[in-house]
Write a protein that binds this ligand. Structure first.
Ligand code: ADP
Ligand code: MG
Length: 257
């Protein structure tokens, strides 16, 4: 979709786990071409929001829409795999690699997995043509993110920053239009964060929209077009990064506790 058109619309999304309201009627929109940061203290409901958008857990209330073709269609209630096939991909908060397998195999397996649960441990069971296609796609995405030369290394031997980029390559298989990244910069060194930010800006230039959860404020401030702030399941602020940074409720959430 052209930049500036709505791509994802979350309307009064609600998620209760028993008596706990993890996401409390949260609404926000993401436009095509944007990098939006979803921020807030631990337990705010950010990862749960990702799980709702990707269909990993069902909504308790509300609606989620995503642009497919020339209209916004409801995606809540669809299976994860179906949502993934519409063009939404994600990475998880904790690195989920098969450390003893090659970088290439990790990406190929991830591509095969898209939207499924559970981690298969190999490409066994696929026919040759399927396997060749997956490996070819994995190679393409590794080149795209700049990890081509590490393709045959063991995934576990990569630095954390490279592992995170590997996960992004995995998410990029089949060319999603929206990428959800859960704390991609956590634990990274300064240079690794710079490399990650450069990559995300480049992907944005290629037309990939990004919703990311991140705690590192410098990283978020330098990268995102807009921020959505959550606390205790509720959206407490939204706007341009520099405005949100000065918002009273946000300062309170981060400093007041
Ligand atoms: P964040 O990612 O912002 O740190 P989460 O979305 O992980 O927050 O969690 C929000 C709240 O929902 C927390 O209180 C967490 O314990 C709870 N929660 C998340 N997932 C589940 C689940 N599957 N079952 C029960 N409670 C959950
Ligand atoms: Mg989280």
């Amino acid at each position: 979709p052209p930049a500036g058109e709505p791509l994802l619309r979350v309307e009064k999304a609600r998620k209760q786990f028993g008596g706990l309201v993890a996401v409390n009627d949260v609404s926000f929109e993401l436009q095509a071409g944007e990098i939006v940061g979803l921020i807030g203290p631990n337990g705010a409901g950010k990862s749960t929001m990702f799980n709702l958008v990707t269909g990993v857990v069902p909504l308790t209330g509300g609606e989620i829409r995503f642009r497919a073709g020339d209209g916004m269609r409801r995606i809540d209630g669809l299976a994860s795999r179906r949502i993934a096939s519409l063009g939404i991909a994600r990475s998880f908060q904790h690195v989920q690699l098969l450390p003893a397998m090659s970088v290439l195999e990790n990406v190929a397996i991830g591509a095969h997995l898209r939207g499924r649960r559970g981690i298969p441990s190999s490409l066994a069971g696929l026919n040759r043509a399927e396997e060749r296609m997956l490996l070819q796609e994995a190679r393409r995405q590794l080149e795209r993110v700049g990890l081509g030369r590490l393709m045959h290394e063991e995934a576990g031997s990569l630095a954390l920053g490279q592992q995170r980029i590997l996960e992004i390559a995995r998410a990029l298989c089949c060319d999603p239009v929206l990428l959800l990244l859960d704390e991609p910069a956590a634990g990274l060194r300064y240079q690794e964060k710079q490399a990650l930010a450069d990559l995300l800006r480049r992907l944005k230039g290629e037309g990939v929209s990004i919703l990311l959860v991140e705690h590192d404020m410098d990283f978020v401030m330098n990268l995102t077009d807009r921020l959505v702030v959550m606390e205790f399941g509720t959206k407490i602020a939204e706007g341009l990064p520099q405005d949100v940074q000065r918002n009273e409720a946000v300062l309170e959430a981060y400093l007041g506790g």
